[in-house]
Ligand binder design. Structure first.
Ligand code: ATP
Length: 235
């Protein structure tokens, strides 16, 4: 198991946002976390990245326990979050944003990796010296994913990557994620667009008010009418 989460708990004061959630992601797998607003999806990902403390439970990544190590150390080990809202630095250039993604690396291949990103995303290459605020929403999401790729992730976690994108850009986004998966990247994705997420993922889990209420193969979850009406929206 690449990522193993045992009994994860997240609290904000008296709010118990994630309650005893356990799941795993195997090497090369795509897993999706679904659930309605306030279910604890973002809190789970932020806790796994080390951005907020774990109030209970244990997290193992790539064979080691990482429950208490810093976000930067997790990044160095290949656990990388593409946050909700992308959070790119809009006053910095495209190139500077990409360089930021590699800040945890001390090898000399960063320039080569950025060149490969520009070849893969010519739109970003053409705008390398422009501030990121001029990019469209879709291009900003590509930049956020590219920035995460520059950390050389073993597991990429994405929080609502399709939020605010046009239907065409959502298609392109999921094509890109499918291609990255084909290339061997493991992915843990939180999505409101449940049908696209269940198409990409092999397995999924459903959270409701911080608790794990269902887990199974993508096919099982997609064909469960009870889940569709209760938790997964009508998409
Ligand atoms: P959404 O799709 O709306 O982002 P979510 O499933 O990602 O929902 P979380 O954002 O993890 O859910 O929120 C889970 C619970 O924790 C909610 O009750 C929310 O109000 C609460 N919560 C989230 N962030 C904070 C915070 N910084 N301080 C206090 N409570 C918070």
């Amino acid at each position: 198991m690449l990522l193993e989460v045992q009994g994860l708990q997240v609290r904000y004061g008296r709010t118990h946002a994630v309650r005893n959630v356990s799941f795993g992601v195997q090497q090369g797998e795509v897993v999706t976390i679904l659930g309605s607003n306030g279910a604890g999806k973002t809190s789970s990902l932020r806790c796994l990245q080390g951005l907020i403390p774990c109030a209970g439970g244990n997290v193992y990544f790539d064979g080691n326990e990482i429950t208490s190590i810093s976000a930067a150390q997790r990044l160095r080990r290949g656990l990388v979050l593409v946050p909700e809202g992308r959070l790119i630095a809009i006053s910095l250039t495209v190139h500077e944003n990409l360089q930021m993604g590699a800040f945890c690396r001390d090898d000399r291949d960063v320039a080569g990796d950025i060149k490969a990103i520009y070849e893969r995303f010519p739109n970003l290459g053409a705008r390398r010296d422009m501030v990121a605020s001029v990019l469209s929403g879709g291009e900003q999401q590509m930049l956020a994913i590219s920035r995460a790729l520059l950390a050389r992730p073993k597991l990429m976690m994405l929080d609502e990557p399709s939020l605010g994108l046009s239907p065409l850009m959502v298609e392109r986004l999921f094509d890109l994620l499918a291609a990255l998966h084909q290339e061997g990247l493991s992915i843990l994705i939180v999505e409101q667009n449940t049908s696209m997420a269940l198409e990409l993922a092999s397995r999924g889990l459903v959270l409701e008010l911080g608790q794990l209420v269902a887990a199974g193969t993508a096919q099982e979850l997609a064909s469960d009418d009870r889940l569709a009406s209760a938790y997964l929206g009508s998409q």
